[in-house]
Design a protein around this ligand. Structure first.
Ligand SMILES: [Zn+2]
Length: 304
């Protein structure tokens, strides 16, 4: 019997997003022999620098160091098929600001080649080429709000959603490869109930997560209504890899920081995992609660 290989595409905005949001998913599918492709849209040149000794870095210097951090993280997980959208440095980190309510917002100024300012067709065409050459059955990115409003996460969402449409259309840019229909697009999201459970534990332990922020308002941001979560990929079998990959992003992540301690509490909860909403394409077969496999129900005889 011919067994079709599972192929998964993930599109993330900055180095470190793959390790904070999709690392168990990448590790699991690599372990079971799937082909995993990661596309990172920017070098993360405007990330907040957590290492005091690196605080003098220019955006370009930070971008160069973050490429190295990303390589280390991907070595830990075993991802070998990694690309920067349009090549390294094609799209610059757009940066982020906060509005009056503390929500992420688009900054007033950004570089000309900021990802937020990208021509969407041009950006999508880079992904069309990736989709048509890798032929993933499942693709993963953020929800339409970029999960918490970072402009680059929103733009990554738009770019993938547009590219999935274009890649399947025979009339669109035949020079970029034969048309390919991605069977299912998933949007990564917070595992709402696990965040709430972990938050309760963190408060008991006296961790101050969001100093000065109204706690009820903060907890409203945990994530979607749990009934909307269609799939959860369990974290626990890959916990060590998850932590090592995240820790590789030293410029961005201090694992001693209260937020990452909270995150670590959450990862250890029974049933904790990376949660997904259905973005488009084939729904999961009906079942009790979220599916545990992002490929569940996909007809591989068609998606070869
Ligand atoms: Zn990001």
């Amino acid at each position: 019997m011919h067994v079709t290989q599972q192929r998964l595409l993930l599109v993330h905005a900055h180095p470190d997003d793959e390790s904070s949001q999709s690392v168990a998913t990448m590790a699991r599918y690599l372990d079971q022999g799937a082909h995993v492709t990661l596309v990172t849209c920017t070098l993360g040149e405007l990330g907040e620098i957590m290492l005091p000794e690196w605080s003098h870095f220019s955006p370009a210097e930070l971008g160069a160091h973050r490429q190295v951090e990303l390589e280390s993280a991907l070595d830990v997980v075993g991802v070998t098929d990694h690309l920067f959208l349009g090549g390294p440095g094609r799209y610059h980190d757009s940066g982020m600001t906060s509005d009056d309510t503390g929500r992420a917002a688009v900054p007033d100024e950004m570089p000309d080649n900021a990802f937020w300012r990208a021509d969407l067709l041009e950006a999508a065409n880079h992904l069309v080429e990736v989709i048509r050459s890798r032929r993933p059955q499942v693709a993963i990115t953020y929800d339409p709000f970029g999960n918490y409003g970072h402009p680059d996460h929103i733009q990554a969402h738009r770019t993938l959603m547009y590219a999935v449409q274009l890649a399947s259309s025979p009339s669109h840019r035949p020079d970029l490869g034969a048309p390919w229909q991605v069977s299912r697009v998933l949007w990564n999201t917070h595992n709402t109930s696990k965040w709430a459970e972990a938050y309760a534990i963190a408060r008991e332990r006296g961790l101050e997560l969001w100093p000065g922020v109204d706690e009820d308002a903060a907890t409203e941001r945990f994530g979607p209504d749990p009934s909307q979560i269609v799939a959860v990929v369990e974290t626990s079998p890959w916990l060590e890899k998850c932590r090592a990959a995240l820790g590789a992003h030293r410029s961005q992540v201090n694992l001693e920081h209260p937020f990452w301690q909270f995150y670590s509490i959450m990862q250890e909860l029974p049933g904790a995992g990376e949660a997904y909403l259905l973005g488009s394409g084939q729904p999961f077969p009906p079942g009790d609660g979220p599916a545990t496999d992002v490929f569940e129900g996909i007809d591989f005889s068609e998606a070869t």
